[in-house]
Design a protein around this ligand. Structure first.
Ligand SMILES: [Zn+2]
Length: 564
């Protein structure tokens, strides 16, 4: 019998603990890192030459929505293509359990808008062989997985289960209902849930950009604070789990006190979503980072999920939902493509659409670019910004956009640059060491956004090209910090005895490939994807799941109940 299953030879070890890098071999046996050192004389079933390459812990992605996709894509791409070896699912309070059988259809409809997961893909690709949360975990356990998974207990299904959808959206739970909601959280965590998640965007506020399929707020958006405190109390009693919460309220922009209270009550780590620098509003990230720093001074475990990659979006108005922060835009972009077409052509709606521009997705509406049109006579508009189109046709950019899209049957593709282009602001945010890079939103908004590229983008652009972080710091942020925050036991660093989640890549050559369209979803649906170049291999629990940037078919990932 060989001494090792795999030996990764002569690589530069960046172990994720912020220790300085060094050159060594890494031996894997029975799914774990058994030795780091000189292993040249020892025999192994497989040797991987890592000369000139970086050997680092697999990346831990805390913000994903693979709750549907994991059933048809064991690799959880595109995250796994970018070195991610563990994901947390069930973010923002959204998920598919517990869901009563007669509510399955409604649950899928909800996800078509709030996270923009195509309905036909869910309909064709989800087995629905569960009702309760523990049964949902059993179903995940049975599936092949190429990444490890840590499941949040999302709060929206809990409230909907206990109160019914209408009541959960319109009134506070009774004391009895609240006790039952807490009991269900306890039960879900007994089964292996890692804590709870909630999106709480003020429906009247400036950022309620992710809504239910009919344009109404999500259950979690209207959940009252007392329910959050009760759920935080469950974690306190258990002394386990953590909280992810997305929150933006009217004034001030960020509702910091709510996070502090949840951290105080629970005594557990709380992940603030999201810290996103905006070129037009630098006070947002500055005040958030200052607040995170003050939490640290006071001993509160509050971490920031930081947006480190360009949040540019490509979309057509046939299915776009990210202008929901503006009521007239939300109203005009709900419904079937036919209903949208009618509303967007209606001249009576135009004044409100012009006056109440969406601002969360873009800080400069007129900088949105027309990337492609279907109708031949409209081709001259391709490549122009909405301002330029407006100038050409003598119209306001909103009318120019909508007239163009309507006459093109809503098939026109637009590209909105992210509102976070300023590199100095990115640097200011990253200087705070409790900022966890992301946000991938993996499995969500897949027609518009490829945020799963963030680890590659961080290493190639932010670290190598812009020099904003050391490589040691970057790997700590990509793996050890999120793993510790989320309660992954043993993972996040290269240590002898730890599970062998390892990334081997070429630091000099690492790069993003262009965005492509892939017709690889069930139900005949499609998505935008973005690959990377430079990953020599990725190991999950000791098995090679990605080699030369391509999945191997190995499904060695595990559902990590209770974090391990
Ligand atoms: Zn989310």
């Amino acid at each position: 019998m060989a001494d090792f299953d795999v030996v990764i030879e002569n690589g530069t070890i960046v172990d994720g603990t912020r220790m300085p890098r060094y050159r060594a071999d890494l031996g894997v046996r029975s799914g774990r890192i058994s030795t780091i050192g000189r292993l040249s004389g020892r025999n192994a079933d497989r040797r991987i030459d890592a000369t000139g390459l970086v050997v680092a812990p697999g990346f831990v992605d805390l913000h994903t929505h693979y709750d549907a996709q994991l059933f048809w894509d064991p690799t959880c791409s595109i995250s796994s293509w970018h070195g991610v070896t563990s994901v947390v699912i069930g973010n923002c309070g959204f998920g598919f359990a517990p869901v009563k059988p007669d509510q399955r259809e409604r649950a899928m409809r909800t996800m078509t808008r709030v996270e923009a997961i195509p309905y036909d893909a869910m309909q064709a690709g989800m087995p629905w062989d569960w009702v309760t949360f523990p049964e949902f975990l059993d179903s995940i356990d049975r599936r092949p997985k190429a990444v490890n998974m840590l499941p949040y207990v999302p709060v929206s299904p809990l409230l909907t289960w206990v109160m019914g959808l209408e009541a959960a959206k319109t009134r506070a739970p009774t004391d009895g209902e609240e006790r039952e909601i807490c009991r269900l959280l306890d039960e879900a965590m007994d089964a292996g849930g890692c804590g709870w998640s909630a999106q709480r965007l003020d429906p009247e506020g400036p950022a309620c950009v992710q809504r239910d399929f009919d344009g109404s707020p999500m259950v979690s958006d209207v959940m009252r604070s007392e329910t959050c405190y009760a759920l935080a109390g469950v974690l306190a009693r258990r002394n386990s789990g953590f909280v992810q919460m997305t929150m933006v309220s009217r004034e001030p922009w960020n509702d910091f006190g709510e996070f502090e209270k949840i951290a105080e009550i629970s005594g557990r780590p709380v992940l603030y979503n999201v810290v996103q620098p905006r070129d037009d509003l630098p006070d947002i990230h500055r005040s958030t980072v200052a607040w995170l720093e003050s939490c640290r001074q006071r001993g509160l475990r509050v971490y920031g999920q930081g947006v480190t990659t360009d949040t540019d979006m490509t979309f057509s108005l046939a299915d776009w939902n990210m202008f929901d922060d503006s009521p007239p835009w939300c109203e005009a972009t709900t419904g079937t493509p036919g209903e949208r077409l009618e509303k967007l052509s209606d001249p009576r709606r135009r004044p409100a659409l012009r006056e109440q521009l969406p601002r969360v997705t873009t800080n400069a509406f007129e900088r949105i670019v027309v990337t492609s049109v279907e109708r031949a006579d409209l081709k001259p508009f391709e490549g122009l910004t909405l301002r330029e189109v407006g100038e050409r046709v003598g119209q306001h950019p909103v009318d120019a956009m909508l007239d163009l899209a309507v006459s093109d049957g809503l098939r026109t593709q637009f590209h909105a640059p992210g509102p976070n282009q300023n590199a100095d602001f990115l640097k200011e945010m990253l200087e705070h060491e409790h900022i966890i890079p992301g946000v991938s939103d993996g499995g969500a908004h897949t027609k518009f956004f490829t945020g799963g590229r963030y680890p590659t983008d961080l290493l190639a652009r932010v670290v190598r090209d812009l020099g904003m972080l050391s490589l040691e710091e970057a790997h700590w942020r990509l793996s050890a910090l999120p793993a510790a925050c989320a309660g992954f036991r043993e993972r996040g660093a290269l240590r002898e005895g730890a599970p062998a989640d390892v990334v081997v890549y070429d630091y000099d050559q690492l790069q993003l490939e262009p965005v492509e369209i892939a017709h690889d979803l069930p139900g005949g649906e499609w998505r935008r994807v973005q690959r990377a170049k430079g990953y020599r291999c990725v190991l999950v629990n000791g098995e090679v799941t990605l080699e030369n940037d391509r999945p191997t078919g190995a499904a060695s990932g595990q559902l990590l109940r209770h974090g391990g």
